[in-house]
Design a protein around this ligand. Structure first.
Ligand code: FE2
Length: 531
């Protein structure tokens, strides 16, 4: 241990009602390069410890106002109590035992010699140094574990929840707010309040304070104040507070506020605000520096999530546009996946699907035949009877669809539906021949919706079936090709289905008319030329 460097960072409190003893001990310890403060009784000692953290307390036992034993008892209840050495003229075996019971480190009797005191102080401070290192190590380990937990979260929401939980336990903050770069519509602009949380019941003044936090923080203000600072602690009167509490004309009552900037590639992507309303909790520079390590990790993870989401969104958009292009090549299947999506949603709503689950189902409906992109047009558009090998190639489209979508982790639920949408309830389908409820529910729903749309749409080789005839066909296959319960639910939506079918047919008719008009207009010059 480097004693000289250590001494100057150690704070010692000397408590004794005898001014001569106080002066003697203070001189000795200052000569040894320690920082020393003095108190003449227990009450004064506690007041000093309220304002500052001490590493060592040397205390007498018999003092007016508050004696040494009561002082020791109360000091031991502090969050980070100092090491204690008792120096007393009234030594007895019982008082020594009592003091040691309270965890006093050493016990010196008056009159004492100065070497004895300096040796005891040095040993006590070595203990204190090791305690400090142990606390630092524990804090660092806990922060490391929190940062690992944050990295292992798959989504932004979960990541932010872990950040809030960690911040509450490390910093004893009362309130926390996180602003993140507003990425809605794929753009980056102002900072939107992403999440805020109060960790206890709000008082009226806290409610007022929090309501004055802006919902949005302008990018230019955040950039001006935080881009050059990784983190900052605000005192109550700091003029920068107007940045956050701009609506506040009332005085703001809180103890301490810490603000962290979240940066990725030196670009500001968010701002984290922590507020303490508790007079005893004042954020320290040490805490700010330690916690910044966690915040930096969060910033890197959030940026990775943005980049990954963006990449996935672009991939999905590309695949969806391929799916539309595939249908658009054939006027008979144009709009098929959108119609399947509408029919599937009718069943899903009856089953009480959540908003997210419904969105996944509709995406699966849009993409269910994406695998046909890998099948030649001559087979897809052939209206005659297919050979066995041609039919085998068509049956490959669920597998091809799965391969196309598999790289997109956010489409995991959709991939399974695309892969299994040709399975039959009785096990007669493909590609796996799954039976009954082993087939994913969304795939069973798409199976019913897909068949209904195919039957009620115009094909080159047949006219569309009426609603009633399509119902008869579905019922014939309930328990065979289709999940009987889903067929029942579907048919019970007759009025809604009739409306949807009518609007689909109207769109089909308009499309056919536009195509016919284009053909007629493109033929005219030829007719003239021939004539
Ligand atoms: Fe299909």
């Amino acid at each position: 241990m480097e004693t000289c460097r250590l001494n100057s960072s150690m704070n010692i409190l000397v408590v004794d009602d005898d001014p001569g003893i106080v002066e003697l001990l203070a001189d000795l310890l200052q000569d040894l390069d320690y920082r020393v403060e003095c108190a003449v009784n227990g009450v004064e000692a506690l007041a000093r410890m309220d304002a500052k953290e001490f590493d060592l307390m040397l205390t007498d036992i018999n003092m007016p106002v508050m004696g040494g034993m009561e002082l020791i008892e109360r000091v031991k209840k502090l969050d980070n109590p100092p090491v204690i050495i008792v120096i007393t003229a009234y030594a007895s075996m019982q008082s020594a035992i009592d003091a040691l019971k309270f965890g006093v480190y050493d016990y010196i009797t008056k009159p004492f010699n100065l070497d004895m005191v300096s040796n005891a102080v040095e040993r006590a401070l070595e203990k204190r140094f090791l305690q400090r290192e142990n606390i630092n190590l524990k804090e660092m380990m806990a922060l490391y574990r929190a940062s690992e937990l944050i990295s292992s979260q798959s989504g932004l929401v979960e990541m932010v929840k872990v950040l809030f939980r960690s911040a509450a336990s490390f910093t004893q903050t009362d309130f926390m707010a996180l602003y993140l770069d507003d990425t809605s519509n794929g753009k980056r602009g102002d900072f939107k309040l992403s999440r805020r949380q109060l960790f206890h019941e709000m008082t009226a003044s806290e409610r007022y304070l929090i309501s004055s936090l802006p919902k949005k923080l302008s990018y230019s203000v955040a950039k001006e104040h935080f881009l050059d600072h990784s983190s900052k602690i605000f005192k109550e009167n700091d003029p920068l507070l107007t940045t956050f509490f701009s609506n506040s004309s009332k005085p703001i009552h809180f103890s301490s506020m810490m603000v962290f900037s979240l940066k990725a590639h030196n670009r500001l992507i968010g701002v984290l605000v922590l507020v303490s309303f508790t007079p005893e909790v004042i954020f320290s520079d040490k805490l700010r520096r330690s916690f910044y390590m966690l915040v930096s990790k969060v910033a890197a993870c959030i940026e990775n999530t943005y980049l990954n989401d963006n990449l996935q969104r672009q991939y999905i958009e590309t695949v969806e546009s391929f799916a539309q292009a595939l249908e658009a090549k054939d006027s008979y299947t144009h709009g098929h996946s959108r119609q399947v999506s509408h029919y599937a949603a009718l069943i899903a709503r009856q089953l009480g699907f959540s908003k997210d689950k419904l969105a996944a189902l509709q995406q699966a409906a849009i993409l269910h035949d994406i695998g046909k992109i890998g099948i030649s047009d001559s087979i897809l558009n052939f209206s005659g009877e297919l050979s066995e090998s041609e039919f085998a190639e068509i049956r490959e489209h669920p597998r091809k669809g799965r391969n196309i979508l598999a790289p997109i982790s956010s489409l995991a639920a959709v991939v399974a539906v695309v892969y299994h949408h040709h399975e039959h309830w009785d096990g007669g389908g493909y590609p796996e021949g799954l039976v009954g409820r082993a087939i994913p529910l969304m795939a069973r729903i798409i199976g019913v919706a897909d068949a209904f749309d195919a039957m009620t749409s115009q094909r080159p080789y047949r006219s569309p079936l009426s609603l009633e005839k399509a119902f008869v066909e579905l019922q014939k296959e309930a328990g065979g090709q289709f999940d009987p319960e889903l067929v029942g639910i579907f048919i019970s939506q007759k009025d809604e289905l009739a409306k949807l079918l009518e609007s689909h047919r109207e769109r089909e008719h308009n499309l056919f008319k536009r195509k016919t008009d284009r053909m007629i207009s493109s033929c005219k010059p030829e007719v003239v030329a021939c004539g």
